[in-house]
Ligand binder design. Structure first.
Ligand code: 5GP
Length: 174
C-alpha cells in the first residue's frame, strides 16, 4: 500500500500541467522579446516554479526567497526574511511565483519589499488562491486555480513538512 493512498485527488497531475502551461504561455506573450526574473517563494513553490520556468520560452533568471511568519501573528501579518534575492532587481521584469495565497498577508509583505527594489515591472503568479480567506486585496496577475477554503497538500505544498512530493494536489484529511 502506498503511503499516500489515503489522500484523494483534488487537482490532478494532468490538470495542473495543462494550467501551468497556459500560465507560461501567457507570460511568454506578455513579455515577448523581454527578459524576466522569476522569484520563487520557498519552500512551497519549488515544484510549481520548476515546471513553470521549463515552459517559458523567454530568457529568465531564477531566484528564490524564503520568508518566515511568526506563529500567532497571522492577523498582524508579521513576516520576516530568511533569504532575499541575490541580484539587483532595478529595472528588471520581476515575477513572484507563489504556491498559494491564503489570507494574503505573506504575499503583501513580499510585494511591498520587492517594490522597494525598483523593478521595471512586478507581477504575481500564484498557483492557488483561496479567495474567501483573503484579509487584504491581492491582485494576482497569473492565477492557476481559485479554490475553496480547504487545506491542500502536494505539488510542493506540505503538511508538517510532508507530502510535497505528491504529483497532484489533495485535500489533507479527505
Ligand atoms: P497567507 O499569508 O496568504 O495567509 O499564507 C500563505 C502561506 O500559508 C502559503 O505560502 C503556505 O505556506 C501557507 N498555506 C496557506 N494555505 C495553505 C494550504 O491550504 N496548504 C498548505 N500546505 N499551505 C498553506
Amino acid at each position: 500500500m502506498s503511503k499516500n493512498q489515503s489522500i484523494g485527488v483534488f487537482l490532478s497531475e494532468e490538470k495542473i500541467k495543462s494550467r501551468v502551461n497556459e500560465l507560461a504561455n501567457q507570460i511568454n506573450k506578455d513579455f515577448q522579446n523581454q527578459e524576466v526574473v522569476i522569484v520563487g517563494v520557498l519552500n512551497g513553490s519549488f515544484i510549481f516554479c520548476a515546471d513553470l520556468v521549463r515552459a517559458l520560452k523567454i530568457p529568465a533568471t531564477i531566484e528564490f526567497v524564503s520568508l518566515s511568519s511568526y506563529e500567532g501573528t497571522e492577523s498582524s501579518g508579521e513576516v520576516s526574511f530568511r533569504m532575499d534575492v541575490k541580484q539587483s532587481l532595478v529595472g528588471k521584469n520581476v515575477i513572484i511565483v507563489e504556491d498559494i495565497v491564503d489570507t494574503g498577508l505573506t504575499i503583501t509583505f513580499l510585494m511591498k519589499h520587492m517594490k522597494l527594489k525598483n523593478p521595471k515591472s512586478l507581477k504575481l503568479c500564484s498557483l492557488l488562491l483561496k479567495r474567501a480567506r483573503l484579509k487584504i486585496e491581492v491582485p494576482v496577475d497569473y492565477l492557476g486555480f481559485d479554490i475553496e477554503d480547504k487545506f491542500v497538500i502536494g505539488y510542493g505544498l506540505d503538511f508538517d513538512g510532508k507530502y510535497r512530493e505528491l504529483p497532484y494536489i489533495g485535500v489533507y484529511g479527505e
